[in-house]
Design a protein around this ligand. Structure first.
Ligand SMILES: *[C@@H]1O[C@H](CO)[C@@H](O)[C@H](O)[C@H]1NC(C)=O
Ligand SMILES: *[C@@H]1O[C@H](CO)[C@@H](O)[C@H](O)[C@H]1NC(C)=O
Ligand SMILES: *[C@@H]1O[C@H](CO)[C@@H](O)[C@H](O)[C@H]1NC(C)=O
Ligand SMILES: *[C@@H]1O[C@H](CO)[C@@H](O)[C@H](O)[C@H]1NC(C)=O
Length: 395
């Protein structure tokens, strides 16, 4: 039944696809929004609700069961991740039973919660995404298989995490993909009588990619076709800089333009409508072993090596480490709007309640739509950071 209705929509899609291109290219060069001051909160559309999004690391389901997420703290939860099959460009489950159970599990505590199925992620090879986005036939395979997978598992939306496009050709193709995805989602909604699937993407912290890829995101297509994009405003510093501590979520940084305020400014300069932007918040830190544990070490202190393990302790682990040592110190840094902890020779840069509250204040001042956490499962105890963020954002 599901398959049959999708096939008939698919045919309709092919017939009207050419009209659709005309509609997309007719999108006004001057977004009416931008006639007003795009930074001004007063122009925020009145009916736009804020979003409190978080990802669930499905690949660590044994350690972090979905049933343990307090879903009342969020408006949307993203399942991370379904995969893109590079041979036929369809979206396939990482684990069919896990995907099937997710929405029911997390909605049992919060019936108004929406769930999204995220595709790709930092661990996924970006090349198949580039290949898929480059041809109409492979985009179509991706689009309809993603919609079928979301619908058959009771998701309310889809989220694309292609990390990352490599050049402007990739970015232009991404813009086309978003337009076709939106068109298909709207067609499917008309056909099925259900609310349209939400469509979002996780994107680089800045509107123009450097270091890990290239090109400027297709902001006109994003404004027109996606519900929002989540800016991955973290991992600015880490184990790849083993000899110096760093604030990996710096909101501001007098020493570097790799910081959230600069990235958000580049997104807005590229034309992103502020209320299409959702700010990424990290529920984890980056750690180092200090060269001199006896000195009070700040941001930029000399280090001997990255911290233990993968040097990215989760927030719950940081709280446990700090509270387990009488001599541990935690400092809030008002220049970068981050926190750091020193526990013997271990140094961790992370976000605490104060920095999270101030980051939420920042995103509100820019008229952004809300935030997402990577991930819901890394919070301490009773949802310390999730609650701090929700309280700061309001409704
Ligand atoms: C990927 O696609 C190929 C070709 O259709 C198929 O043989 C294979 O089973 C698919 N892999 C998964 C995981 O679905
Ligand atoms: C753009 O990047 C993709 C990989 O993401 C690559 O396959 C393609 O050849 C590049 N195109 C140009 C014009 O450099
Ligand atoms: C940061 O804190 C210091 C010391 O409390 C204060 O002098 C300074 O004005 C603050 N800077 C900002 C940007 O708030
Ligand atoms: C968690 O925090 C909320 C809000 O502060 C409180 O109402 C609730 O009782 C707490 N639950 C537990 C198990 O501590």
């Amino acid at each position: 039944m599901e398959r049959r209705s999708l096939a008939s929509i698919f045919l309709a899609f092919l017939v009207v696809a050419s009209d659709h291109y005309a509609a997309v290219s007719a999108f006004p060069a001057q977004d009416p929004w931008r006639k007003n001051d795009p930074w001004n909160w007063h122009y925020f559309p009145r009916n736009t609700k804020v979003v409190r999004v978080a990802y669930w690391p499905a690949y660590s389901a044994d350690q972090y069961p979905a049933s343990s997420i307090d879903s009342t703290l969020f408006t949307h939860l993203n399942y991370a991740f379904a995969n893109l099959n590079a041979s036929d460009n369809t979206v396939v489950p990482d684990d069919a039973a896990r995907i099937a159970a997710f929405s029911r599990t997390v909605k049992s505590r919060n019936p108004s919660l929406k769930t999204l199925l995220s595709i790709g992620g930092g661990g996924a090879d970006p090349k198949p995404f580039s290949a898929m986005a480059s041809k109409a036939s492979s985009r179509t395979a991706f689009i309809w298989s993603s919609i079928a997978l979301a619908r058959s598992n009771a998701f309310d939306g889809l989220d694309l995490d292609w990390e990352f496009p490599q050049n402007q050709t990739d970015m232009d193709n991404l813009g086309t993909l978003f337009a076709e995805w939106r068109f298909a989602a709207a067609a499917e909604a008309g056909h099925s009588g259900r609310p349209r699937l939400l469509l979002t993407a996780a994107v680089y912290y800045s509107g123009t990619i450097r270091f890990v890829g290239g090109g400027t995101y297709p902001t006109k297509s994003i404004n027109a076709n996606l519900d929002w994009v989540g800016l991955m405003a973290f991992d600015y510093h880490g184990s790849w800089e083993p000899t110096v501590t760093g604030a990996h979520t710096a909101l501001y940084d007098p020493k570097s333009d790799v910081n959230t305020a600069a990235g958000v400014a580049r997104w807005m300069a590229a034309g992103l409508r502020p209320d299409k932007g959702v700010l990424g918040l990290a529920m984890y830190g980056h750690s180092w072993i200090l060269s001199d544990p006896s000195a009070k070490a700040g941001i930029g202190a000399p280090a001997k090596s990255p911290g233990p393990g993968d040097a990215t302790p989760v927030f719950a682990g940081i709280v446990a480490t700090v509270s387990g040592d009488d001599k541990a110190t935690v400092v809030y840094d008002n220049v970068t709007v981050t926190a750091y902890a020193q526990v013997g020779s271990l140094w961790i840069g992370f976000d605490n309640e104060e920095s999270i509250r101030n980051k939420v204040g920042f995103l509100r001042s820019k008229g952004m739509r809300g935030y997402f956490f990577w991930t819901a499962s890394f919070d301490s105890g009773n949802g310390t950071l999730s609650r701090a963020a929700a309280a700061a954002l309001g409704h």
